[in-house]
Design a protein around this ligand. Structure first.
Ligand code: NAP
Length: 304
């Protein structure tokens, strides 16, 4: 049995692993992907992590991974399927068997949200993508469309505009949610066209994307735009399914925990994007990881 199991190897989980290792807790980190790093692995550039301006998401993830490895953190490649938190020994059920510990930090992060447009599911992987960094290179010299107005959508649009002929950015309002610095960079690009007050209603083509239909909210007018790729970036949804009915969550599935990471179950803590919180950034995720370990240490001392 371990002192601590960390679920998730993104910035929150890796930060927790670093702090746990330095606290000499017997820890294992469970990660379902072959590469640690979480969502930042798919991020072309992270420009707001203090001290590392303009670093690529992959490089930042690798640096965090190297740091954790240097401290001897053990990562097990396993997908968490359920939890049994009823006793003082917490059980984490995975496709690689059951792991036990006296404390658990859930840092399982979030994944992209689906839009629900007609044709979106059918054409996923055939022109519909949720990751511009992963798939953008396939659309060099072609026209593409990005749906969304948050940081991810605008970062994606800027990235795609470097190689694509034209990028349409479709947003449901007349003002972007993304940081102002990203907006300024976007509006300077000559090959970007904004489609305001509109939503992507269908993606068309067979067997690949040939066009996208957008509907303007103000008057219901539809427009079909010939594009080869459709990138959907309409927010994230927490990866908390495996903890359902075990831990208190809000209606969106985010685990309810304050800054200490304490959840409704003693000895179980939440960190990073899976936690109900104001700001989901790398910098807040790593802070959460550190706080959660401090709370776990305190719990272990008080419950020997
Ligand atoms: P987000 O900030 O929640 O933005 C989602 C965007 O999609 C919003 O513009 C929203 O419109 C739109 N949207 C949501 N549902 C929609 C629907 N049903 N139909 C049409 N449009 C819809 O999400 P995100 O950009 O994916 O970012 C996810 C999180 O990661 C955020 O917390 C973000 O701050 C964070 N992030 C951090 C970094 C970093 O640390 N460097 C980088 C990128 C992202 P409205 O604006 O009208 O609501």
């Amino acid at each position: 049995m371990h002192d601590l199991i960390i679920i998730g190897g993104g910035p929150a989980g890796l930060s927790a692993a670093i702090y746990a290792s330095r606290a000499r807790l017997d820890t294992i980190l469970l990660e379902q992907n072959f590469v640690n790093g979480g969502q930042i692995v798919d991020t072309y550039e992270v420009d707001n992590y203090p001290g590392l301006p303009g670093i690529s998401g992959m490089e930042l993830a690798q640096k965090m991974q190297d740091h954790a490895e240097k401290l001897g953190v053990e990562t097990v490649n396993a997908t968490v399927e359920g939890l049994d938190l009823t006793g003082p020994v917490k059980k984490v059920l995975t496709d690689e068997g059951t792991f036990e510990a006296r404390t658990v930090i859930i840092a399982s992060g979030a994944t992209h949200r689906k839009l629900g447009a007609e044709g979106e599911e059918r054409l996923a992987g055939r022109g519909v993508s949720y990751c511009a960094t992963c798939d953008g290179a396939f659309y060099r010299g072609k026209d593409v469309l990005v749906m969304g107005g948050g940081n991810v959508a605008i970062e994606d649009a800027i990235f795609l505009a470097r190689g694509c002929s034209k990028v349409y950015v479709v947003h449901r309002r007349d003002e972007l949610r993304a940081e102002k610095v990203l907006q300024e960079a976007l509006f300077e690009l000559p090959n970007v066209e904004m489609v305001w007050n509109s939503t992507l209603t269908s993606v068309n083509g067979d067997p690949k994307v040939e066009s996208a239909t957008v509907t303007r909210k103000t008057d219901g007018e539809t427009r079909t735009i010939p594009v080869s790729g459709v990138f959907i970036a309409v927010g994230i949804t927490p990866r908390s399914e495996f903890a359902r009915n075990q831990i208190a969550m809000d209606e969106g599935g985010y685990i309810i925990a304050d800054e200490t990471g304490a959840t409704s179950v003693p000895g179980v803590f939440a960190a990073g994007d899976v936690r109900d919180k104001q700001l989901r950034q790398v910098v807040t995720a790593v802070a959460d990881g550190a706080n959660a370990v401090t709370s776990a240490q305190r719990y272990l001392t008080e419950n020997r």
